[in-house]
Design a protein around this ligand. Structure first.
Ligand code: B16
Ligand code: MG
Length: 217
């Protein structure tokens, strides 16, 4: 029986990828190369510094550690400017009704996001009160696909991993959830998330009963 639901942020609750893209593209332009939306797919669910390394590799740019720190800070400043303007209208469809349903049934809810800016985003979306625990990029040492972030969320909630369900849009996140010993629902396309236990295009029409039926509980 499900006792806790653990949500990724970008791509599951809100599409912040478009703002990450704008900021990375601006950095790439400053460095003198173009950065496409297809390139941006490679950064989904990946930490900030790893994202920068992938971007520099695409542009064929080499940089010292110190230069990288400056670049990542610059990108983050731009990103923060973009996300200041996020409103609840940007919540992905069906997310709030599903959170309401979980709460009404006493299911614990956690956030497990690689982003160090997760709290700002939840607050802009006005959904912080739905979360019993928040584990973000400031709290974990090992990035997804390491299971640390999901195990930390389960420990915060006091729920064993076998009773946790993870909602993830990135392959690295799905892998992390499986390594944590959890049931993983992929959000998106099955072809990109072959390891997920179940894949949904999104939350509309999905509720706790549909989840239990899928799990076979
Ligand atoms: P920040 P998630 C991830 O969020 C994004 O998908 C990824 O593109 C980003 O680089 C990462 O957060 C770090 O974000 O620079 O704000 O710390 O999908 O784990 O919610
Ligand atoms: Mg994500």
């Amino acid at each position: 029986k499900t006792a806790a639901a653990i949500f990724d942020l970008d791509g599951v609750i809100v599409d912040t990828a478009k703002y990450h893209y704008l900021a990375w593209k601006r950095l790439a332009a400053e460095l003198g190369f173009d950065f496409s939306e297809a390139d941006n797919e490679r950064l989904k669910g990946v930490s900030r510094m790893r994202s920068l390394e992938i971007l520099l590799e695409i542009g064929g740019v080499t940089a010292t550690e110190q230069e990288k720190t400056v670049m990542a800070a610059k990108k983050n400043d731009w990103y923060l400017q973009y996300i200041q303007k996020i409103t609840p209208a940007e919540l992905l469809p069906g997310v709030v009704p599903f959170l309401e349903d979980l709460r009404a049934r006493g299911i614990k809810v956690a956030l497990a996001s690689a982003s160090k800016n997760a709290r700002v985003i939840l607050s802009r979306l006005e959904i912080e009160p739905y979360f019993d625990a928040i584990v973000d990029g400031n709290r974990v040492a090992k990035a997804k696909p390491d299971p640390e972030i999901f195990l930390t969320a389960a420990a915060d909630l006091g729920v064993v991993p076998a009773h946790c369900v993870v909602f993830e849009d990135a392959a690295a996140g799905v892998e992390a959830g499986k390594k944590a010993g959890m049931f993983v629902v992929g959000i998106g396309d099955r072809r990109n998330l072959p390891e997920a236990d179940l894949v949904l295009p999104g939350f509309p029409g999905f509720d706790y009963e549909a989840l239990q039926a899928a799990i076979g509980a």
